[in-house]
Design a protein around this ligand. Structure first.
Ligand code: ATP
Ligand code: FE
Ligand code: MG
Length: 351
């Protein structure tokens, strides 16, 4: 089956056509991502009103391009899916309404996908990972450890008690004057830095629940930066390297705890999957690689272009749901907040 997926929950206008074989095999036929990053850069973050307008301007072109690239006519599509949240509500409405209109006009099934479910199932699109697996979801808005038992069956083992990890990278980049989005900039600066120069706190390490905390660490970076200002390039590199090392130490410790929890409840996971924009971080991937070898768990990290927001993950999640016979009514509401482990995320249980 072929599913067209639309993603507009944040600052990427994206559409993709994905093909799912009856055996669960996957093929990405097109994947168009139009980033609005330049429009928001001057403000140091995503401005919701600018994002909504940019989605409206771009959505028709992006969807048409996705169909053209896939050499697919809308009549050859088996379903149209859109991220119905969580995210910036103005943007969500643009993608959701577009998908509904296309599905209605073409007489195709409509699928409302949770954006996080898109990130969560990407490893099945790229690597055909079997259930159950442990998911480390780290993005600009979320930092969670989830047991993925099946399509629509997600159990949250841990989460951040304050900032998301991507958000912390963005805030540290901003306070060091590195620009937006911050994650890639901090990682780049960290490459030439000395991670042992500043001994930043490793919050949460040793706690029984696999939760994260970033606020204290971010504040520690700010205090240190103010102490040694004006900052040289070397200072900035060392601050970034020390910050990144602290984050990775915390994440690895939290994943270790979640793995134990997972094994006790669900048995040996088929894989440790990392997803979300922060999964692009090579140092984090390296740390997870070493840890997964130690625990004899396969590590699956999607290719970089599928780590950040994209339409393929929404098309794929739609295809997985459609294969189970799940569709959604055309009056499905957009949602700014939508926890992945909530009851309504279960197949057939969505109101
Ligand atoms: P969500 O998916 O939670 O709604 P989002 O859409 O903002 O949030 P993504 O697009 O998945 O999240 O990821 C963007 C985030 O990933 C940003 O915070 C960005 O700084 C971070 N990021 C991207 N690349 C890297 C990197 N190399 N190292 C660290 N963080 C990174
Ligand atoms: Fe995302
Ligand atoms: Mg984004």
């Amino acid at each position: 089956m072929r599913v067209l997926g639309i993603e507009t929950t944040c600052d990427e206008t994206a559409a993709s056509v994905v093909e799912r074989g009856e055996d669960g095999s996957a093929r990405i036929l097109s994947n168009v991502v139009l980033s609005q990053v330049k429009k928001h850069a001057a403000y140091g973050g995503v401005v919701p009103e600018i994002a909504s307008r940019a989605h409206i301007d771009a959505i028709d072109r992006v969807v048409a391009q996705a169909l053209t690239d896939a050499e697919t006519d809308i009549s050859d599509i088996d379903g149209v899916s859109a991220a119905a949240g969580p995210g910036l509500i103005g943007g969500v409405i643009v993608g959701l309404t577009t998908a509904k209109a296309l599905a209605f006009a073409a007489g195709k099934p409509f699928l409302a996908v949770n954006h996080l479910e898109g990130h969560a199932l990407t490893a099945r699109l790229t690597d055909g990972v079997e259930f159950p697996y442990l998911l480390l979801l780290v993005s600009g808005g979320h930092s969670q450890l989830l047991a993925v038992e099946g399509v629509g069956k997600y159990r949250r083992l841990g989460t951040t008690i304050d900032d998301a990890i991507g958000e912390a990278f963005d805030k540290v980049a901003k306070l060091l004057g590195l620009g937006y989005p911050g994650g890639p900039q901090v990682e780049k600066a960290a490459e030439s830095g000395d991670s042992s120069r500043f001994n930043f706190p490793r919050p949460m390490i040793g706690r029984a629940e696999p939760n994260f905390s970033l606020a204290g660490l971010k504040t520690a970076v700010r205090i240190e930066a103010e102490k040694i200002a004006p900052l040289s390039d070397r200072d900035i590199a060392d601050l970034c390297a020390s910050f990144q090392a602290a984050v990775i130490d915390m994440v690895l410790d939290r994943v270790r705890v979640a793995l134990q929890m997972f094994k006790a409840q669900f048995g040996h996971p088929s894989a440790l999957v990392v997803a979300g924009g922060v999964a692009a971080n090579a140092a984090l991937r390296g740390g997870l690689e070493r840890m997964s070898e130690h625990f004899r768990v396969k590590l699956v990290a999607p290719p970089l272009d599928l780590c950040g927001d994209n339409g393929a993950m929404i098309a794929w999640a739609g295809a997985e749901r459609l294969a189970l016979g799940l569709t959604d009514p055309l009056d499905t509401a957009p949602r700014a907040r939508w926890p992945l482990d909530e009851k309504s995320a279960l197949p057939g249980a969505r109101a």
